[in-house]
Write a protein that binds this ligand. Structure first.
Ligand code: ADP
Length: 279
């Protein structure tokens, strides 16, 4: 794992990214200043065209900013000599489309990023094998992408992203093509890896359920950070909204509506009332 400065994996200051030829310039990022600590699980949300992919491209050292500071794993990207090498050592990528090589089986796909490493074939194979175990695909190691479900392909993509023990994994709509069951499984898997291995995750998503599984939600709008909230405060807002609904109002008064008595809320009505009254 690459060394991180002050435990920060990402540090940006007034990050600006312009596209275009000067006549028609797009400010894809318009002054982004924020940081992400090692081990955080951050969701990035925002409407289409707000700058999420551009931000991910900067953080993943796929592109350099027009101006401003962008430090990744303690290194100012503008000063990194070999961005390709830095990227492959520091960042793992997971995309909406898994981008697996169709002619390689699962284990061979996971071995791809390890080709540049000075390690024996056996060691490379053993590492890929361990990574597929980690993502619960031990029984599908020799399957080709076409023989795997969408969720299983994303598991292989996650194993591949982890191959070089990156400081962080950047995921762009990793569940965008999945049904809700596979979405929940992929989120659970990424959260487990985050917890067990301490890998930082930055996940761009349109799905509020995915975002709510993060520690923190950063909302981008017009190339700027509109909101940057810890998940606790997001939940608190949810509770405040709930309090204003018919059921919330009833529960705040300590009443369980007749129509939902059969749900067995009676036992929790008093503690719920106390909580809702406080917020
Ligand atoms: P998002 O990921 O939130 O949908 P993007 O980061 O892709 O947003 O795009 C932000 C803005 O920058 C948009 O207005 C988009 O049209 C523009 N943009 C993105 N990439 C390029 C590019 N390579 N050339 C010109 N404009 C671009």
């Amino acid at each position: 794992m690459t060394n991180t400065n002050n435990n920060l994996v990402v540090e940006t200051e007034n990050l600006i990214k312009l596209y275009g030829d000067g006549i028609e310039t797009v400010r894809a990022l318009n002054g982004v200043s924020f940081s992400i600590r090692a081990g955080e699980f951050v969701a990035v949300m925002g409407p289409s065209g707000s700058g999420k992919s551009t931000l991910l491209n900067m953080l993943g050292a796929l592109d350099l900013p027009s101006s401003g500071m962008c430090k990744v794993a303690g290194q100012e990207l503008a000063h990194v000599k070999d961005l390709d090498r830095f990227r492959s050592k520091t960042v793992g990528f997971v995309f909406q489309l898994h981008n697996l090589i169709p002619t390689l089986n699962a284990i061979e796909n996971v071995e791809v990023p390890l080709q540049e490493e000075k390690m024996s074939d056996a060691a490379r194979h053993a590492r890929a094998d361990a990574l597929l175990n980690l993502v619960n695909l031990s029984d599908r190691k020799h399957f080709f992408p076409a023989q795997l479900s969408g969720g299983q392909r994303q598991r292989v993509a996650i194993a591949r992203a982890l191959a070089n023990q990156p400081a962080m994994v950047l995921a762009d709509e990793p569940t965008g093509n999945l049904d809700s069951k596979s979405t929940a499984e992929i989120m659970e898997l990424m959260r487990r890896i985050n917890r067990e291995q301490g890998t930082t995750f930055i996940v761009v998503t349109h799905n509020p359920a995915v975002a709510r599984a993060a520690d923190r939600i950063v909302t981008v709008r017009d190339g700027k950070i509109l909101r940057d909230e810890k998940i606790e405060s997001v939940y608190l807002e949810d509770l405040k909204e709930f309090k204003e609904t018919a059921l919330g109002l009833a529960l705040t008064e300590g009443n369980v509506p007749e129509e939902i008595r059969h749900l067995g809320l009676d036992g929790v009505a008093a503690p719920l009332r106390d909580v809702l009254k406080k917020i």
